[in-house]
Design a protein around this ligand. Structure first.
Ligand code: SF4
Ligand code: SF4
Length: 83
């Protein structure tokens, strides 16, 4: 499962279930930081899941807005598992 972003200090990361995504772009609109963009790679549903594309130093804050907004539970914030 692709890791879109990982914050070692917070010990959390943003994950995307690539094949589960239906390409609705709701997460892109929901992100207050504007760090998600439509990707250019199609999944098996023939849609384009988002990619992580921050501009400048505007990184993901792991606020979970995209996770809450996604109707298909395809993008979410989880804790980084202990080694
Ligand atoms: S967790 Fe928050 S800041 Fe990070 S991509 Fe999702 S909505 Fe944007
Ligand atoms: S909200 Fe969910 S289903 Fe819609 S584009 Fe984002 S990850 Fe994909």
């Amino acid at each position: 499962m692709p890791i879109l972003y990982k914050d070692e200090e917070k010990k959390k990361m943003l994950l995307l279930q690539f094949e589960r995504c239906k390409g609705c772009s709701i997460c892109i609109e929901a992100c207050p930081r504007g760090v998600l963009k439509e990707g250019d790679k199609q999944n098996h549903r023939l849609v384009y899941p988002p990619i992580y594309a921050p501009e400048g130093d505007k990184n993901c804050t792991l606020c979970e807005s995209c996770m809450i907004a996604c109707p298909d539970f395809a993008i979410y914030v989880v804790e980084v598992p202990e080694e």
